[in-house]
Write a protein that binds this ligand. Structure first.
Ligand code: FAD
Length: 319
């Protein structure tokens, strides 16, 4: 049955995040030919229309209030609620990012909707929409269907490959009223500039306590650079002060699903596996052949990371 789907597109540094296109691809499956409406927020929103239509949006709600240039729960909640009222969707999808994780539960609670969060697959089976999501820290998967109300889900980055469909979209300049904000962002100060976004990286090179110092991360950074990837870390490495907590992968850190995950000097504690075990190919480098990381690895190298990682970098440079 055709369904009207609303997708909240998310941008970072003035360009759309890939997960926005992945959410639109999920929308194509769910809509079964129904209308797909994308909502883009902030002063740059109008610039995103072309790309959103390329991935299947038939209509784009451009909400260019400058209060939406930087995310605040309050402002985004007010804007999205007004878009939902206007669009009257049967399905709402948004990226499972820091923004989605913060905003979706609030929308769900205020609108009295059920929320299926962190979905890695969406299929339509016998006319019913089936959401798949990991549970027990990625050890098992559950399939869910929503039996009443609006279908509302957040989509984990890097799981539903974005598919271009071409096409054009009708643009709706949509004015929202944003008032009584309790938080106003005056300035954003970034710790690091540029680099590949860890959550969306196709290759992640992660270091653990085995790197022994912040200096020890350098060979990992070089390998990540050659592979066009991002650097991650275990909590062990973060706790030891070798790197920033923003790099932490795992149960209490970021969840990543890259095509290639290289774990160097990481033992493979269950809490770390929760953040990376769904990676497509896992390579482990550890000098302890009994390290649990080898149980989830597709390829294991027993050796000293300070010897192995530079060798890999040299080899990949030749490709
Ligand atoms: P270690 O366990 O100390 O392992 C270091 C490894 O490096 C060893 O296997 C060693 O053989 C190897 N090694 C040493 N030197 C070299 C070398 N030169 N070359 C190659 N290998 C070498 N952890 C996370 O990662 N993410 C989380 O989100 C997270 N959340 C947690 C939440 C809770 C509630 C709790 C209790 C724990 C959490 N942890 C998390 C911590 C987790 O339990 C582990 O303590 C942590 O992952 C260990 O980090 P590590 O593998 O880097 O260190």
């Amino acid at each position: 049955m055709m369904k009207k789907v609303l997708v909240l597109a998310e941008a970072k540094d003035r360009s759309l995040r890939n997960v926005s296109f992945e959410a639109l691809t999920a929308a194509q499956r769910v809509s079964e030919g129904g209308e797909i409406v994308a909502a883009a927020f902030g002063s740059d929103a109008v610039n995103y229309v072309g790309e959103l239509s390329k991935y299947g949006a038939n209509k784009v709600y451009v909400v260019s209030n400058k209060e939406l240039d930087t995310y605040t729960t309050d402002a985004y909640f007010q804007a999205l609620r007004q878009v939902i009222d206007a669009v009257q969707p049967e399905v709402i999808l948004m990226p499972h990012t820091a923004i989605g994780k913060d905003l979706a539960p609030r929308i769900a609670a205020r609108l009295g909707l059920g929320l299926v969060s962190d979905v890695i697959d969406i299929q339509v089976e016998d006319g019913e929409v089936i959401f798949t999501r990991p549970i027990y820290a990625g050890k098992a998967f559950e399939k869910k269907k929503v039996v009443s109300g609006i279908l509302f889900a957040t989509v984990r980055p890097n799981n539903i490959p974005a598919e271009e469909t071409g096409g054009t979209a009708e643009v709706v300049d949509f004015n929202v009223e944003i008032k009584d904000l309790r938080t106003i962002v005056k300035e954003v100060v970034r710790k690091t500039v540029g680099g590949v976004d860890l959550a969306e990286a196709k290759v992640v090179v992660s270091g653990g306590r085995g790197v022994k110092s912040s200096e020890g991360f350098k060979p990992l950074q070089e390998l990540a650079e050659v592979l066009g990837g991002a650097v991650g870390a275990s909590r062990g490495a973060c706790d030891a002060g070798y790197c920033d907590y923003s790099l932490q992968i795992g149960q209490t850190g970021k969840v990543v699903t890259p095509d290639l995950y290289i774990a160097a000097g990481i033992s493979g504690a269950i809490q770390h596996l929760a953040g990376m075990s769904n990676s497509k190919v896992i390579v482990a480098i550890n000098k302890d052949p009994e390290a649990p990381i080898f149980q989830v690895a597709d390829y294991g190298i027993v050796g000293d990371l300070f010897e192995v990682v530079p060798l890999l970098t040299e080899e990949f440079k030749k490709v």
